[in-house]
Design a protein. Structure first.
Length: 384
């Protein structure tokens, strides 16, 4: 029976803080582009910076966990994230916001990766529920980040200031978890998890890339799409993206309960199919209410793709979860670095609406990997 204990709430709240930045930053791309007078492609480089940071975090993560343990690694990541966050808030020029995004993105990925492997080890056979609902708590941070940025922008106040609210909360959480950090950690004598991973792992890894690319292409540029289709202001378009975060939160919290009788792959096929259907409605819609509802359903489809795809990778890793999640950051980083930038380039040339046709292509690729390589009886909890 899955019990939401102290480990669950601490890890989930830590995740919500870094996701607050993603929720506030991604939908604010139109605002940032206007401030800095850049093209869609240049603005998309912020996503590229986050992607590069995620790749770097994937390679350093297993080393950090081996040397410091997962609780300390999480706080190391949080500290780096806060440095990047503060730099981003007070750096107006695009070259400086790119560097700040790189630093904050490295910290963000370090925190999330440590949370995934810690939950997988701690909850074992209930890892799917823990990861999904933990990400649901994170979605609250995403929604609040989007709402805060959109609200300040609507009132003509610098939207970047909204991001500073995570600092006192992070300090409070640190004060509540100091005993975990003070616990002695003995590094494994065999060293960090390493070695070659199987061909099946890398094929599943490709499907993970497609899932994350579709998610970040959607969250980074959906505000621009709504503005193009409906003609709303940049600030209002940003607020509408709360619908995506709301759908993700609902899907992550209630999805494990609704789909509890389904196997891992069946759950993933269902949510990917739901995303495809809802995205089609968004793309064809020119009505605000329909677009809002469809974006919420898109969020439900996106909601469980990250935790379920992560569990597939761990299941194919031959009992090396830290290594698997480290390599998943390579996948996530490639997707985050590439998809928003490519979509931005396509948007500059063909318009954002036509460029957005890249998303259903990614959805089809992700679904195809599930059909070609089912996980069958891979059970994460029993492999650890």
């Amino acid at each position: 029976m899955f019990q939401r204990d102290r480990v669950f709430w601490l890890g989930s709240l830590q995740t919500s803080l870094v996701v607050f930045f993603v929720g506030g930053f991604g939908p604010a791309q139109p605002l940032l582009r206007i401030e800095q007078h850049t093209s869609l492609a240049i603005a998309g480089l912020h996503g590229t910076a986050m992607g590069i940071a995620s790749i770097a975090a994937g390679f350093t993560g297993p080393v950090f966990v081996h040397r410091f343990g997962r609780p300390r690694t999480t706080w190391i990541g949080m500290s780096i994230f806060l440095v990047g966050l503060i730099a981003f808030v007070f750096a107006p020029a695009v070259q400086f916001t790119l560097i700040a995004t790189l630093i904050a993105g490295f910290g963000t990925s370090t925190v999330i990766n440590a949370m995934v492997t810690r939950f997988t080890e701690h909850f074992r056979e209930n890892a799917s529920n823990a990861l999904s609902q933990g990400n649901a708590v994170g979605s609250i941070g995403y929604i609040l980040g989007t709402f805060s940025v959109g609200t300040l922008a609507a009132f003509g106040i610098s939207w970047r200031l909204a991001l500073l609210v995570v600092i006192p909360i992070a300090i409070f959480l640190y004060s509540q978890s100091r005993h975990e950090i003070s616990d002695e950690h003995t590094p494994d004598e065999s060293g960090p998890q390493r070695g070659a991973l199987s061909g099946k792992f890398w094929f599943a890894w490709f499907g993970f890339v497609a899932c994350i690319a579709g998610e970040f292409a959607t969250t980074f540029w959906a505000a621009a799409l709504i503005r193009d289709r409906i003609g709303s202001s940049p600030a209002f378009s940003t607020i509408t993206i709360m619908a995506v975060g709301t759908g993700m939160g609902l899907g992550r919290w209630y999805g494990p309960k609704v789909l509890k009788r389904f196997q891992l792959d069946s759950k993933l096929r269902f949510v990917i199919g739901l995303q495809f259907f809802a995205f089609s409605v968004v793309w064809f819609s020119h009505t605000l209410l329909i677009s809002l509802f469809a974006l919420c359903v898109v969020g439900m489809g996106l909601s469980m793709q990250f935790p379920l795809s992560s569990l597939r990778l761990i299941g194919f890793s031959d009992n090396r979860p830290d290594l698997a999640i480290g390599r998943s950051s390579l996948a996530a980083g490639s997707a985050i670095a590439g998809s928003p930038f490519i979509l931005g380039v396509l948007g500059d040339h063909f318009g954002i609406s036509r460029a957005y046709l890249m998303v259903p292509v990614l959805v089809i690729l992700a679904f195809s990997t599930l059909v070609i390589l089912p996980s069958q009886k891979v059970t994460v909890g029993e492999n650890l």
